[in-house]
Design a protein around this ligand. Structure first.
Ligand code: TYD
Ligand code: MG
Length: 456
């Protein structure tokens, strides 16, 4: 194969140059030239790898005539993974799994692939580990490996030449940063290599109907080409998260063309690989001996599933002129806003207090239902008085001090009841129409009312 002609394209203005330079000669931007394969369609073509099949003549047609069956799905053998994928792996889809090195991406995928290999032809391509290492891990995890195919290779063209013949139904590429295309001269892991290799693989997946998992490391500084540049090319983007020192691993969908986003899969890393946690509420609640000050239980919703998590606050006299507001697992600006609402509508000022907030178990809560429990935890710590035992809460707090409803109120109440909570503080508009057995619903309309009910 002859060398493919490459050129350098400015990320900012799109100007093309035959040689690399530190500054774009056209727009004057620094460090924006990237290597790209020269194509007649222009340099941008490689960025948006053609799904429609490049070169194929396109025709305008009525949408109603397009044959579109329900996407065929296969179970990966890990229901928690299937859940984030939107109910199983879609044939021909491309899934990017990003995460910090060492979080367990290879472990998750070898487990899923081994299980898939029992019903489909499956191939694991590794550019990182040796065949022995992978075999050793699979054996230690006691996975069924008789039908699992393995390839250790880093050149995309050679990989594609091999899989063209075999046409596996599902394929894992671990990791995208280690693969390179011969078309480019830049090093594996550079933005242009990652993008070009991924584009070729995605094109293969779309043409052959192979389901493809791409593994991508996220580096803290983003110095290496993170998987972010790939997000628009793939169908589904999953992030694999876990806190250092914790066994719990969360798989979160960031983008999904075949399902809901913000669906959460929960695993625990054990010495026998990743184990599914099908009842996550139980692990995110720390079991205190009796009630403690500064702790509130929130009923949040991740995707389609309600989840009980504990919000902890620590309020302490601040030695600083500008007290600290630290929120882990919640948005910092929202905390500042809530504290202002607490002052204006609850009559409690925190201007001389440091406020620290943490969601237990490394869960990230992005929905506004956390507002009410956050303020309860803060006030409970400030007063050094625990909330009444067996109480959960949810609800959005508005700037006017009103408690606003959130989606799926009744489902949240049921989840709290299921885990033995006896009382739940909730927005008046979320009060279940019929009483839920075993739990008393306390509907509130205003923040002042909520604080009165809980802190007296
Ligand atoms: P790995 O899947 O190699 O991470 P990644 O591919 O995301 O870089 O997993 C690495 C960590 O997982 C490693 O530090 C050891 C741990 N681990 C276990 O605790 N139990 C196991 O059974 C396996 C296979 C790994
Ligand atoms: Mg790995």
């Amino acid at each position: 194969m002859g060398r493919v002609k490459t050129l350098f394209v400015c990320r900012e203005c799109g100007a093309r140059f035959p040689k690399w330079a530190g500054q774009c000669g056209d727009c004057g931007a620094w460090n924006t030239l990237e290597e790209a394969v020269a194509t007649r369609q222009g340099p941008a073509a490689s960025r948006f790898a053609g799904y429609a099949g490049e070169g194929a003549a396109a025709a305008i047609q009525p949408l109603s005539r397009v044959a579109a069956g329900e996407a065929e799905r296969v179970a990966s053998g890990l229901p928690e993974l299937d859940r984030v994928l939107g109910g199983g792996l879609v044939q021909g889809s491309v899934v990017l799994i990003g995460g910090d090195p060492g979080v367990g991406k290879s472990t998750l995928l070898i487990q899923a692939l081994a299980s898939l290999s029992e019903s489909l032809s499956a191939l694991y391509v590794s550019g990182e580990e040796s065949a022995e290492q992978i075999a050793l891990r699979a054996r230690r995890l006691e996975l069924p490996t008789e039908r699992l195919q393995l390839l250790t290779e880093t050149c995309v063209e050679r990989i594609l030449a091999l899989v063209e013949k075999r046409r596996p139904r599902v394929m894992v590429m671990d990791s995208i940063q280690t693969f390179y295309s011969e078309a480019l001269s830049s090093a594996p892991g550079s933005v242009s290599q990652v993008r070009e290799s991924a584009a070729r693989l995605v094109r293969f997946a779309k043409e052959s109907g192979t389901s493809l998992f791409l593994v991508g490391h996220v580096t803290k500084e983003g110095a290496l080409a993170g998987p972010r540049v790939l997000e628009h090319m793939v169908d589904t983007v999953l992030y694999f998260e876990g806190e250092a020192g914790s066994q719990i691993r969360l798989v979160r969908a960031i983008k999904n063309r075949f399902g809901a986003v913000n669906e959460l899969g929960v695993f625990a890393m054990t010495d026998k690989g990743l184990k599914q946690v099908s009842n996550p509420s139980a692990i995110f609640l720390s079991r205190h001996q009796g009630a403690v000050a500064g702790s509130a239980i929130l009923v949040t919703r991740e995707g389609t599933r309600p989840l009980l998590v504990e919000v902890q606050a620590l309020v302490d006299q601040s030695p600083l002129g500008n007290p600290r507001r630290v929120a882990l697992g919640l948005e910092q600006n929202r905390l500042a806003m809530l504290l202002a609402v607490l002052h204006r509508h609850g009559g409690v000022g925190m201007y001389d207090q440091d406020v620290f907030l943490n969601v237990v178990g490394g869960v990230r809560v992005t929905e506004t239902a956390a507002d009410l429990p956050v303020l309860l935890a803060v006030l409970s710590s400030f007063r050094d008085r625990p909330l009444p035992e067996g109480t959960a809460a949810f609800g959005e707090v508005g700037l006017a001090g009103e408690i606003r409803p959130v989606p799926s109120g009744e489902e949240r109440v049921r989840e709290a009841a299921k885990h033995g909570f006896r009382r739940i503080l909730l927005p008046a508009a979320n009060k279940p129409r019929r009483a839920v057995k075993g739990i008393e619903a306390i509907p509130v309309k205003r923040l002042s009312e909520a604080l009165r009910r809980m802190m007296e």
